[in-house]
Design a protein around this ligand. Structure first.
Ligand code: 6PG
Length: 470
């Protein structure tokens, strides 16, 4: 009997171990590798194989060469490692262990530019490389993640049947797995996913703080309110875990999150998304605001220091829960719009053809930003290229002006920072303003730098200068 593994998986961390269990539960014989680090990582793959019966047919290794030789050819390997140098190091070793026609997939949160370089690096040895965004956290990797793949299309055609088996399933039973384009397209889409994710998480944090003020710090009432939103168009994985998180109390009866330091970390994917939006000229103010909120949260000592210098006081203010929920829902539409619009802009910038309905479909299950809204978008993008053009959004927005004013006023009077809610409002105002203040920017640029400007109704695009120095 062929003792060879049909798939090789590198890196038995949280995601790698879960993905391996997912593969094995679908009947794949696996070769599992984890490096040896004395005192820290010893026999990691072997311990995993021994822990679960579903690995009875699988093989465990600490020798990379033995691991590679245990995989049937053409070999199919997945790297489940932290983004960065670690991945380059193992690729350098694998380049000389793998053979022509083998397929190497990076399932980590790698930067799409790094993926493009790695494709070229391995091409010299005719090793096919795919960059695969894997979303869904530990549970998603185990039960069915969303898989966003880019790189060599031929390699994808070879592996797609297997990947479809382990991927999450949308409400129609279709796999949440798709080939999105050449080069780093898969990791690019995962990066945008994480940008949307950061803003979704920040919106929930802002709503949580507003609700805590509304319910006078009663965690139980806040939790019940958020739980009730699950039975509506607001429903999402992140809403559900937030509501669940608030059900945990410690032995003294304090809500568990009261014990957690208010310093939000990050592993760079949200920063990459923020940077890329600026680089390609695609306004992504929500993911940027969410990232900056995390940065400000990390300045705890400064926040304490500066809190002593502010004489701001809270003012009486009212709001209805209906208004808050409506504004939350609309902020989410705007967050998703900025993410999908960024993908449209990236397609022009990087010469990809990425179908938004396909992206929404593979994000409708399996991943962290799965939601009822995503399911709606997977259908709506079939007939509309932009969320701002969707009647459902426009109709809801056009009945919401008072709600926005109440929420923004309530937050301000209660000294609650709402970077994502307020930037959603400002983005919509700016995107629906036929005449803006940018003419003054042009005049200022021309006044100090003679950069020139175009006059209204001017035919050709030649630049004019103002009478500033006459
Ligand atoms: C996912 C998640 C995951 C990411 C976490 C943590 O799609 O499963 O996006 O890939 O690692 O979101 O990211 P931060 O540490 O940057 O918040």
């Amino acid at each position: 009997m062929d003792k060879k593994g049909s798939w090789g998986i590198v890196g038995m961390g949280v995601m790698g171990a879960s993905l391996s269990r997912n593969f094995a539960s679908h009947g794949f014989k696996l070769s599992l590798y984890n490096r040896y680090v004395k005192g820290k990582e010893e026999k990691v793959a072997l311990k995993l194989v021994r822990k679960f019966n579903l690995f009875d047919e699988s093989l465990a290794f600490e020798s990379l060469e033995d691991f590679v030789n245990s995989i049937s050819t053409p070999r199919k390997l997945i790297l489940m490692l932290p983004a960065g140098q670690v991945i380059d190091e193992i690729i350098h070793k694998l380049k000389f262990l793998l053979e022509k026609g083998d397929i190497l997939i990076d399932g980590g949160n790698s930067h799409f530019n790094d993926t493009e370089k790695r494709i070229l690096f391995l091409k010299e040895n005719e090793i096919q490389f795919l960059g695969m965004g894997v979303s869904g956290g530990e549970k998603g990797a185990l039960e069915g993640p969303s898989l966003m793949i880019g790189g060599d299309r031929r390699a994808y055609e070879t592996v797609k049947k297997d990947l479809n088996k382990i991927a999450g399933r949308d409400s129609n039973g279709n796999p949440c797995c798709s080939f999105l384009g050449s080069g780093g397209a898969g990791h690019y889409i995962k990066m945008v996913h994480n940008g949307i994710e950061y803003a979704e998480m920040q919106l929930l944090a802002e709503v949580f703080e507003l609700l805590m003020t509304f319910f006078k710090l009663d965690f139980k009432l806040v939790q019940k309110e958020l739980e009730s939103w699950q039975n509506s168009s607001s429903d999402s994985y992140l809403l559900r875990i937030t509501s669940t998180i608030l059900t945990f109390y410690d032995s003294k009866g304090s809500n568990f999150i009261s014990k957690i330091l208010d310093h939000a970390s990050n592993k760079r994917t949200g920063a990459w998304a923020t940077i890329n939006g600026a680089a390609i000229g695609s306004p992504n103010s929500l993911m940027t605001a969410a990232l900056h909120a995390r940065y400000i949260s990390s300045m705890k000592s400064k926040r304490i220091e500066f809190s002593k210098t502010s004489n701001f006081t809270k003012k009486e203010s009212s709001i209805s829960l209906k208004q808050l929920k409506k504004v939350y829902d609309l902020c989410r539409w705007i967050n998703h719009h900025q993410g999908f619009d960024m993908i449209n802009t990236a397609c022009k910038e990087y010469n990809w053809k990425i179908d938004l309905a396909t992206v929404a479909q593979i994000w409708s299950e399996g991943c962290i930003i799965k939601s009822k809204l995503m399911e709606t978008l997977s259908k709506s993008f079939c007939s509309s290229s932009s969320i701002l053009k969707m009647k459902r959004f426009q109709n809801s927005m056009n009945k919401s002006q008072k709600d926005w004013n109440s929420v923004i006023n309530y937050a301000g009077n209660n000294l609650i920072p709402i970077p994502c809610i307020s930037t959603s409002w400002n983005y919509f105002l700016a995107m629906t303003q036929p005449l803006s203040n940018a003419n003054l920017i042009q005049a200022q640029r021309d006044f100090f730098g003679a950069h020139g400007f175009i006059l209204i109704n001017q035919k050709e695009n030649s630049l004019n200068h103002g009478p500033w120095n006459k």
